[in-house]
Design a protein around this ligand. Structure first.
Ligand SMILES: *[C@@H]1O[C@H](CO)[C@@H](O)[C@H](O)[C@H]1NC(C)=O
Ligand SMILES: *[C@@H]1O[C@H](CO)[C@@H](O)[C@H](O)[C@H]1NC(C)=O
Ligand SMILES: *[C@@H]1O[C@H](CO)[C@@H](O)[C@H](O)[C@H]1NC(C)=O
Length: 274
């Protein structure tokens, strides 16, 4: 009997988590607020989050290691718990939807988006600071955004903000009901209502409440309260954007008008960015 119990225990400890364990993925978008979303989701007692971005479905070197490797990257979870991972690059990577679908066609996906213009600036800012830190050369924002007087479609960060292009790709594999779009602009301004929608989408017991969030006036954004423990997101999250000439900014907003409309049509819903 003791041997049997020990055997069972060892089995439970050694066996990789089963593919059927409830897993949800935050697929993007880069600079959309994925870190805030996963942290806020982790406040829920039945959610456990992977600490790192796993990059399984988009990086060949990881994908080749197979599903058992992927699942071994996940934190321990009790059977009734949901595991969540976030890899913001998934949203804009063409091969990822098919691969996730092959793993589980019924998976629930979270996508957090914000104003595409703001997102481009934030994307640029992150690269800018990374290069600055490494003492590398960087191009001023105007010269990457505009080429020969026109918006530069070759700029990758700009492409990432063409949400409808990437969404079309996902909708070839998943029904719209499987992808919940979190409004990143609203989540930052007022987290609770957006998080209640996420709880509902994931069929989680309603648990998050106003006491989980408090506004830090010095920082100018919300911090989290987890069983009395207070925690703010990393400071870089509030980094100032570069100054962009108003005329270029205006051009950018106009440029996104049509792509945004197409995205709204795809998801049957509008956002504050137009
Ligand atoms: C934007 O990215 C998508 C997906 O990677 C690609 O198919 C498309 O050609 C790109 N568009 C432009 C204008 O570069
Ligand atoms: C909010 O949730 C916490 C635990 O998650 C609970 O202790 C507290 O009573 C709740 N507050 C309200 C106002 O419901
Ligand atoms: C609010 O933000 C300031 C500035 O980053 C920080 O020093 C302080 O600890 C924060 N306070 C709380 C209660 O989170």
């Amino acid at each position: 009997m003791a041997a049997l119990l020990l055997g069972l225990l060892l089995f439970a400890m050694q066996s990789p988590p089963l593919p059927s364990r409830p897993l949800i993925i935050i697929i993007g978008v880069r600079k959309g607020g994925t870190r805030a979303l996963i942290e806020m989701l982790s406040l829920h007692s039945t959610v456990v989050a992977a600490q790192n971005e796993v990059h399984f479905f988009d990086w060949e070197s990881h994908f080749q290691k197979g599903l058992p490797w992927y699942l071994s990257q996940m934190p321990y979870a009790f059977p009734e718990q949901l595991t969540v991972e976030k890899t913001p690059a998934y949203f804009t990577s063409g091969k990822v939807p098919k691969r996730i679908h092959q793993m589980n066609p019924n998976i629930k996906l979270l996508l957090i988006l914000r104003d595409p213009t703001e997102r481009v600036l934030s994307d640029y800012t992150q690269v800018f600071y990374n290069r600055l830190q490494k003492h590398k050369r960087y191009q001023p924002i105007e010269s990457v955004l505009v080429k020969d007087g026109e918006i530069n479609l070759g700029y990758k960060a700009l492409n990432r903000s063409l949400y409808y292009i990437h969404m079309q790709n996902w909708l070839q594999y998943f029904p719209l009901e499987s992808i919940h779009v979190v409004d990143g602009d609203k989540l930052i301004k007022d987290p609770l209502p957006e998080m209640k929608k996420v709880e509902k989408f994931l069929n989680l017991e309603p648990q998050l409440n106003a006491s989980n969030f408090y506004f830090n006036k010095t920082k100018g954004f919300y911090c989290l309260r987890d069983h009395g423990r207070e925690r703010c997101l990393h400071d870089s999250k509030g980094r100032a954007h570069p100054h962009v000439a108003p005329a270029i900014l205006q051009k950018l907003y106009q440029f996104f008008h049509e792509p945004n409309r197409k995205f709204f049509e795809l998801v049957g819903r509008t956002f504050s960015w137009k």
